[in-house]
Design a binder for this molecule. Structure first.
Ligand code: SF4
Ligand code: SF4
Length: 132
């Protein structure tokens, strides 16, 4: 899974977000490999889930002080936001060349071949609050 996810990441263009913005940071699925890469930070996030759920149930706990606290390890779904022609940043940020819908679909098909986010035992979506 590690190599596959690394290859998928390499297919996704990057860009600079608006400073201090985490507006699109909601609840997203994490593959088991991505979640494992968080190490203790995943446990910390899970510990804060209850308080977070009361305060802002749709927010990712890693969105802290206007930035992603796990940016280098953010999951594929986070990397796709703002880089697809029909998944654009509301603030106009994004790479020079956006992925087409077909390219994004191909990436997602490969990604979800790694795990089944609908099966609790295969996904960390339910145990990791940031599952954007
Ligand atoms: S993609 Fe846009 S909305 Fe999302 S964090 Fe970056 S600047 Fe904010
Ligand atoms: S993990 Fe994703 S949703 Fe969470 S703060 Fe980082 S970019 Fe936002």
């Amino acid at each position: 899974m590690r190599n596959l996810i690394r290859q998928i990441r390499a297919r996704i263009p990057t860009f600079e977000c608006r400073p201090g913005c985490t507006d699109c940071c909601g609840v997203v699925p994490w593959s088991p490999w991505e979640a494992a890469r968080l190490g203790d930070r995943a446990a910390l996030a899970a510990a804060g889930l209850e308080a977070l759920a009361e305060r802002a149930p749709e927010r990712c706990p890693f969105a802290q002080s206007g930035r992603c606290a796990v940016y280098e390890e953010r999951p594929v779904m986070c990397r796709l936001f703002g880089v697809v022609e029909d998944l654009r940043c509301p603030h106009g940020c994004g790479p020079q060349t956006l992925l087409t819908r077909a390219q994004a679909r191909a990436i997602l098909e490969d990604y979800f071949r790694c795990f089944n986010p609908m099966r609790k035992e295969e996904s960390h979506a339910s145990s990791l609050p940031c599952a954007r």
